[in-house]
Design a protein around this ligand. Structure first.
Ligand code: ADP
Length: 549
């Protein structure tokens, strides 16, 4: 399968395909007693070990074979972070089928669209999703059977679902002896669709090789830095780019795993952090906002929490400072995307930065980060020419590496530019190699032929004590094409006027970047992965009249 020439002298090392099944085999054999704790959608806590997980994954692999699932066929899930979902991760991919993790927060029609596009054969789902699954089932043409992730006593007395099976019954009837098959490491392992905020969702089809390499790369100290000494709570759901690869990287690291299920509110998360003595976590800023607010309002402290990775959208300096200064939690800002498995950069200081004053260190830490080995990146101008790494010039961000997509599932279009994948993000890269996103190219505001990056504006707004959330969008303007409008959610009980907020920008950015107006709203529209939907905000304010003065 290699497109590269062979040397007349090949290395004499064992040839072993990089397969996902090797991770669970290693985890069982070398860390078998390690714990996996899950808050179940049933409401209780569940605890077992890596060894139990491996045994049940083998049973599920046998059960899937019994259902006739063939190599390369897609098996979908609609489930939160939990042990049964983890078993599916290993059983489906490990047996050579393809795990398709669907996002239950998408619109039902979108879920049906991607299930049909993927031609899913079976759908495994958490019991809370029964109404959703019943609603979409008539639209899902390829699904032969539905497996509800629960015990028999939780199964509905009747359901409109054709061929509805009980997960626990299914695996109880299957033997736990199973030899994980060996096959080409470039075989498809899992499938994730982009959220499709513009156009239909597109499938990123990961291979075993790309997944194993990403798991290694993302576990390294310059990235997630997880080890067997950690207790890790996965705030990022297993349907959001496969929980950023944690279901693989945690098992190969031997960490204790804590799955929060569906309870991602501040109170539930805090209680779980404390009860399980969590040391490390990873998630998107909106969920951290909920947790931090809860902890602040109730004057609580974390007794074990040391480090967190925040990514998926920009982590504001305000949130980073609160976590680091008030709670002593190290924040690692990270960036990636579905098409990158997802990790691309993580922000860790280099030894030469450690003697810098704190404010300067923070400036670096607020960037999206440094490439990790396995990902190369560059910024280019409109003419496609590479731009300098001076930390000032911004351009389109391109990436490449063995865990970056080469194309989309079932699409023949060449999406690469000279072998590089265009991320759709606009960024700067500084001389030390730290990348900072100024915006997504479709969110950049074009004012009088110049670009205004919205992330900067939002970060400034969110550093105001009365601001909980802020989003900046371009509004049509007769003279300047577009001008920034700041849309703000105030903190409960806090007050700030439009004039005060605009004055707050003074001296922090070029004057012409200052938003033309501020609108206060109760909430911002969020997408399925907890990101602010700028296209919805733009649509909502498309006829908004900015002040003319
Ligand atoms: P979608 O936004 O379609 O759900 P992804 O979850 O793959 O798709 O999101 C990828 C995008 O999220 C990136 O291209 C980037 O615009 C944004 N993103 C991810 N991490 C960060 C970050 N730390 N700061 C700013 N933007 C980020």
């Amino acid at each position: 399968m290699s497109q590269y020439p062979m040397s007349p002298l090949m290395g004499k090392m064992m040839s072993q395909p990089l397969l996902i099944s090797s991770i669970i085999q290693f985890a069982d054999r070398h860390y078998g007693d390690n714990e996996i704790v899950s808050r179940r959608v049933e409401g209780d806590m569940h605890r077992y070990t890596y060894r139990d997980c491996h045994r049940r994954a083998r049973q599920l692999a046998n059960a899937l074979a019994g259902l006739g699932v063939q190599m390369g066929e897609r098996v979908a899930t609609l489930a939160w972070c939990g042990y049964r979902h983890l078993e599916a991760y290993y059983a489906v991919s490990g047996s050579g089928a393809v795990l398709h993790t669907m996002n239950p927060r998408l619109f039902p029609e979108q879920i049906a669209y991607i299930a049909n596009h993927a031609e899913d054969q079976y759908l495994l789902f958490d019991l809370t999703f029964l109404p959703l699954v019943e609603a979409i089932a008539p639209l899902c043409k390829s699904i032969k059977g539905y497996v509800m992730l629960c015990e028999r006593d939780r199964m509905p007395a009747q359901s409109t679902l054709p061929n509805l099976l009980c997960y626990e019954e299914l695996i109880a009837a299957a033997p736990d002896e199973y030899d994980w098959p060996l096959f080409d490491e470039n075989s498809a392992a899992s499938l994730c669709y982009t959220s499709g905020t513009t156009g239909n969702p597109k499938g990123a089809l990961y291979s075993h090789r790309s997944t194993v390499l990403h798991s290694y790369g993302s576990a390294m100290p310059n990235a997630l830095n997880v080890s067997a000494a950690d207790t890790v709570l996965t705030v990022v759901p297993m349907f959001h780019v496969n929980a950023w690869g944690l279901p693989y990287s945690l098992l190969l690291s031997g960490a204790k795993i804590v799955f929060p299920g569906a309870a991602l509110d501040g109170k539930s998360l805090y209680e779980l952090f404390e009860a399980e003595q969590v040391t490390f976590s990873a998630g998107v800023p909106t969920v951290w906002l909920g947790l931090v607010n809860y902890v602040q309002q109730n004057k609580l402290r974390f007794s074990s929490f040391k480090r967190t990775v925040i990514g998926g959208s920009a982590c504001s300096p305000a949130m980073m400072n609160t976590l680091m200064d008030d709670y002593g939690v190290q924040v690692v800002h990270a960036w990636g995307m579905t098409e990158m498995s997802p990790l691309g950069t993580a922000c860790i200081l280099q030894s030469k930065h450690l003697s810098l004053p704190l404010a300067q260190q923070r400036k670096i830490l607020q960037k999206q980060g440094h490439a990790i080995y396995g990902v190369d990146m560059k910024i280019v101008g409109d003419d496609g020419q590479e731009l300098p790494w001076d930390g000032k010039v911004f351009g389109d961000l391109l990436v490449k590496g063995p865990w970056v997509v080469a194309g989309y599932y079932k699409e023949d279009d060449n999406v690469l530019l000279d072998g590089w994948f265009p991320t759709g993000d606009v960024a700067t890269i500084d001389p030390d190699g730290y990348m900072q996103i100024t915006d997504r190219s479709k969110d950049v505001i074009k004012s009088g032929g110049e670009w205004i990056g919205t992330i900067d504006l939002e970060n400034i707004a969110m550093s105001h004590p009365a601001v909980l959330q802020a989003a900046c969008v371009g509004i049509a303007h007769p003279k300047w094409d577009e001008r920034p409008l700041l849309v703000v959610v105030k903190r409960p009980g806090a007050e700030v006027s439009k004039e005060e907020l605009l004055a707050f920008f003074e001296g922090k950015i070029a004057k012409w970047w200052t938003p033309d107006d501020v609108v206060f709203v109760d909430a911002l529209p969020l997408g399925g992965t907890g990101k602010i939907l700028k296209n919805k905000i733009r649509a909502q304010f498309k006829d908004y009249q900015l002040p003319t003065a």
